[in-house]
Write a protein that binds this ligand. Structure first.
Ligand SMILES: *Cc1c(COP(=O)(O)O)cnc(C)c1O
Length: 230
């Protein structure tokens, strides 16, 4: 069998192994989500051919346009929604995605719970915490996180697996990663979705179980602003 190598993916895999080793964690404890937003099939297919199976998208509409075809040609792919979700898109999101990282209000938790029931699908879910208290950013404020997490656990049970954050772009992310980790530990949640191209090694040292890496794999995006701008 020919081993297809994708340079960006290989570099990130090595970066994950190095960070895990320096933290005394097994690299297998960290799931790499290749964030393919703004990229189309010709850029995504080589990454699939190199063995990557887990991908992330931040818009339901964009993902719906490109992933059904990619999924049908490549069994075993897992798709993660890492961008904001409106409740009127919950049905579409629940049928297309395997994991949603952006629960941030009871209404969305309700809509997802109802759709999972209706469609007979079990997704894994993360609550998004706005650790930097940034007004333009989605996510629950840290003070409100324990109540929101409890409400999600009541609605969703074990489907709620963890917490997600996007630290402020200009700050040291470490305090944000520590805060997220503490909130998850207190709630008994095992998974932490944190770390992007610029900071995934730090996130892994602080306990990330899921890193969301786009540009370090696919190259610089031209079509879309930084997620902080959304
Ligand atoms: C785009 C995006 C990423 C990936 O960002 P890179 O800096 O390209 O690695 C991660 N998380 C979220 C929520 C995103 O929107």
């Amino acid at each position: 069998m020919t081993q297809v190598v994708h340079e960006g993916l290989e570099q990130v895999r090595q970066g994950i192994r190095a960070a895990a080793q320096s933290a005394g964690r097994p690299a297998s404890a960290i799931t790499l989500i290749a964030v393919s937003k703004t990229f189309d099939a010709p850029d995504i297919e080589p990454v699939i051919a190199a063995g990557q199976r887990v991908f992330g998208e931040n818009r339901v509409q964009e993902a719906q346009a490109k992933w059904p075809a990619l999924k049908s040609g490549n069994p075993g792919l897992e798709l993660h929604l890492i961008g904001p979700l409106q409740s009127n898109k919950a049905a579409q999101a629940v049928s297309l995605f395997d994991v949603i990282h952006t629960l941030d209000r009871p209404k969305i938790a309700d809509a997802i719970a109802a759709e999972m029931n209706r469609q007979g699908r079990k997704l894994r879910l993360f609550a998004q915490i706005n650790t930097g208290r940034e007004p333009q950013k989605a996510g629950v404020l840290p003070d409100e996180a324990p109540d929101f997490i409890a409400a999600c656990q009541a609605r969703l049970g074990a489907a709620l697996v963890g917490l997600m954050c996007i630290p402020p772009a200009e700050e040291d992310p470490a305090p944000h990663f520590r805060m997220l980790s503490g909130l998850a530990r207190n709630a008994g949640l095992p998974s932490l979705s944190m770390g992007m191209s610029g900071d995934y090694p730090a996130a892994i040292r602080l306990g990330a179980t899921h890193v969301r890496v786009g540009s370090a794999i696919f190259g610089t995006r031209t079509a879309s602003p930084h997620p902080a701008a959304r």
